[in-house]
Design a protein around this ligand. Structure first.
Ligand SMILES: C[S@@+](CC[C@H](N)C(=O)[O-])C[C@H]1O[C@@H](n2cnc3c(N)ncnc32)[C@H](O)[C@@H]1O
Length: 188
C-alpha cells in the first residue's frame, strides 16, 4: 500500500465500511461501481471479496493515480458521468455529500439529491450509500470541518430526505456509528 493510503487506512475506517457492505450484499462475481471512490481504499477492501470488476469514479486524477487495486478508473464528476452499462452494485461511501462541491448552498443540495436519483439508475441489484449522520457528534464534526474550516460546501442528507427521495423504492436506512447506511434493493 502506498504511503497516502497507509495513512488514510490508519483509522481502520475503510475496512469497517467494506465489512458493513459485505454484510449487506454478496460481492463475489459482481460488477461494482464506486462513486467518489477517491484513492481506492474502499476498492482495495472490496477486491478481497472477489468481485467480477470494480470501477472507481472520481473527479480527481490525483486521487485515481493513488489506486493500487486492479480496477477501471473513471476520471469524471458523477454529474458528468455517462454510462452505457449498469452495475450489479453501486456504492457511494462518504462521498454523496461531496456532490455539492463547487455549487451554491441551494444548488448543491439539489445536486446531492439528483446524484442519489442518478445512482439508482446505474444499479441492477443494489445501491449502498454510507454518508455522515450530522445528528451524531462525529457527523456534526465532519459538517463543521468541511463547511466551516475547509469551506467546500458539503450538503448532508438526513433521514427525512432519504425517506422522501426513496419513497418509491424498497430501501432500508440504518443508523450505524456516525453514519447513515442506506441500502436500496432494486430487485424488489
Ligand atoms: C471523503 S472522500 C471519500 C473517498 C472514498 N470514498 C473513501 O472513502 O476513501 C470524497 C470523494 O468525493 C469525490 N468527489 C467530489 N466531488 C465529486 C463529484 N462531483 N462526483 C464524484 N465524486 C466527487 C472527491 O474527489 C473525493 O475523492
Amino acid at each position: 500500500m502506498n504511503s497516502y493510503n497507509k495513512v488514510l487506512d490508519f483509522a481502520g475506517e475503510h475496512k469497517k465500511y467494506v465489512e458493513k457492505i459485505s454484510s449487506l450484499t454478496e460481492l463475489k462475481n459482481k460488477t461494482i461501481l464506486d462513486v467518489g471512490g477517491g484513492s481506492g481504499l474502499v476498492a482495495h477492501y472490496l477486491a478481497e471479496h472477489n468481485p467480477k470488476e470494480i470501477t472507481v469514479l472520481d473527479p480527481s486524477q490525483d486521487m485515481l493515480d493513488k489506486i493500487e487495486t486492479n480496477c477501471t478508473r473513471v476520471c469524471s464528476s458523477f454529474q458528468d458521468f455517462i454510462s452505457k452499462k449498469k452495475y450489479d452494485i453501486v456504492v457511494c461511501i462518504d462521498s454523496l455529500h461531496h456532490l455539492s462541491e463547487g455549487f451554491s448552498k441551494q444548488e448543491g443540495r439539489e445536486e446531492v439529491k439528483k446524484g442519489l436519483k442518478k445512482i439508482l439508475t446505474l444499479a441492477k441489484e443494489r445501491v449502498i450509500i454510507i454518508d455522515p449522520n450530522i445528528y451524531t457528534l462525529k457527523g456534526k464534526w465532519i459538517d463543521i470541518q468541511e463547511n466551516y474550516l475547509l469551506r467546500i460546501n458539503a450538503e448532508f442528507l438526513v433521514e427525512k430526505d432519504y425517506n422522501e427521495l426513496l419513497k418509491d423504492y424498497s430501501f432500508n436506512l440504518e443508523k450505524w456509528r456516525h453514519y447513515y447506511v442506506v441500502v436500496v434493493d432494486l430487485k424488489k
